[in-house]
Design a protein around this ligand. Structure first.
Ligand SMILES: Cc1cc2nc3c(=O)[nH]c(=O)nc-3n(C[C@H](O)[C@H](O)[C@H](O)COP(=O)(O)OP(=O)(O)OC[C@H]3O[C@@H](n4cnc5c(N)ncnc54)[C@H](O)[C@@H]3O)c2cc1C
Length: 402
């Protein structure tokens, strides 16, 4: 069976590796002419890391990515609200990795080219649409070319053409009103060099975590950060580009952040290259699959980047799709995949609209009035633990015995 994948992003490449492992013939078509390591930091949750370990990528991941010990949620005054462990010692079956998105994409691309053949991933082939019969699919490209295959997987990201053909009346993407400014700076490590910090509240939030194991081993940290500022009302937009150059006006919103282990404004000011990306998602779909064509990753379920789910859920989709197709090659396998993954990811899209695990920030922001307040006087441990545990449930990763 010959399967075509639109998009050589995190989801498309993982899917190609999983399908190959199950014995399928795969071809990946990527719109950009040269696949370059774009983006900044990204996180893989333990159950997504497990999928990549099963593909034999543990060693290369551990050489490149930082194994995150925990996520610290803090107020803007620096109070520790909650520490949410993510490592193997805390009972997870695999680490949470913090990594440069470009490094992750290149690890997957190298593995795909090595295992599936150098010609498997074809760059500069933008999928415009498809036609299908009961026996096959013809993929159509922007350059007028075509490719005939048995199944087509639309892993072509947020602005998916495959999704547009399946759901032509859907309309533009939803902008939540928050702009995410992003950058990375090499500096001295913050704390143990393995901690992700999320501070502030829903309107003004600072997220930071180290993303380079190589820098960590040299006693340094490649510190990825995301500074989020809500500056608009929710509305529909057409334009969301991961590579857009960011303005610097947002820095003033972080002047009153007081962390005892980092100078937030200094980090923002010293970073040379800043991009901006709006916090966007789409309403969950009722179907992903039509006959021999289905959707995967951001093409299927774009979500707010909360709780490290964008890449993680795309990877889990890829594993599930390959396993379902191995059990049931053909359109029924696609339906089985959709049946398993659509409800799970729908819940995450909706939970992320309510801030997901970051809800603890808003609980604290509503009660803490200044640096001298004590968190333990204002919020119970049970209240905080409930938020973390219920999100683990929604996102589908659990600690052993919990
Ligand atoms: C350039 C870029 C930078 C990013 N940077 C970050 C980041 O720093 N942090 C973060 O959390 N997330 C980032 N993301 C998003 C993140 O990769 C995804 O949310 C997540 O990994 C899900 O992966 P995906 O494979 O579904 O989508 P993506 O990783 O977005 O991959 C989709 C792929 O499809 C390709 N494509 C698009 N249209 C077509 C078409 N018509 N035909 C063929 N191919 C097509 C795209 O070029 C891309 O390679 C970035 C995405 C991109 C494209």
């Amino acid at each position: 069976m010959n399967i075509a994948i639109a998009g050589a992003g995190i989801g498309g490449l993982t899917t190609a590796l999983c399908l190959h492992e199950m014995g399928f013939q795969v071809k990946v078509f990527e719109a950009v002419g040269t696949i370059r390591p774009l983006g900044v930091g990204i996180n893989l949750m333990p159950h997504a890391s497990e999928v990549l370990h099963r593909l034999g990528l543990a060693e290369v991941l551990q050489a490149v990515a930082v194994r995150t010990r925990c996520i610290e949620y803090r107020t803007k005054y620096g109070h520790l609200i909650q520490s949410d462990p993510r490592n193997v010692a805390a009972g997870f079956s695999a680490p949470q990795y913090s990594i440069h998105r470009g490094d992750l994409q290149m690890i997957l691309l190298d593995a795909a080219r090595e295992r599936l053949g150098a010609q498997t991933v074809e760059a500069g082939k933008s999928v415009a649409g498809f036609s299908q019969t009961s026996s096959g699919v013809t993929v159509q490209f922007d350059d007028g070319g075509t490719y005939v295959c048995d199944l087509l997987i639309g892993a072509d990201g947020l602005h998916s053409n495959v999704r547009r053909q399946l759901h032509p009346h859907e309309g533009p993407i939803n902008y939540e009103g928050t702009m995410m400014f992003r950058g990375a700076l090499e500096m001295d490590p913050i704390g143990d060099g393995r901690t992700m910090v999320i501070a502030g509240n829903h309107d003004v939030k600072f997220v930071t975590y180290p993303i380079s194991e190589k820098a960590r081993k040299q006693g340094r940290a490649l510190t990825n950060w995301v500074a989020e500022v809500r500056n608009s009302q929710p509305r529909h937009i057409y334009d969301a580009d991961w590579t857009r150059e960011g303005s610097r006006d947002f820095i003033q919103s972080f002047k009153d952040f007081q962390m005892n282990d980092m100078d937030v404004v200094d980090i923002l000011e010293k970073t040379e290259h800043v991009t901006e990306f709006p916090m966007v998602d789409r309403d969950p779909l009722s179907i992903w699959t039509s006959g021999r064509v289905t959707l995967l990753g951001d093409a299927a379920h774009p979500m707010y980047p909360i709780g490290a789910n964008g890449a993680s859920q795309a990877i889990l989709d890829g594993r599930c799709l390959a396993d379902r197709l191995a059990a049931n090659p053909g359109p029924q396998g696609l339906q089985d995949y959709e049946e398993m993954r659509l409800p799970v990811t729908t819940n995450i899209v909706l939970s992320n609209r309510q801030s997901g695990p970051e809800r603890v920030l808003d609980i604290a922001a509503a009660r803490v009035t200044g640096p001298h307040d004590r968190i333990e006087d204002l919020i119970t441990r049970e209240e905080l633990d409930e938020v973390a545990a219920s999100y683990r449930n929604v996102a589908g990763f659990q600690r052993k015995g919990k």
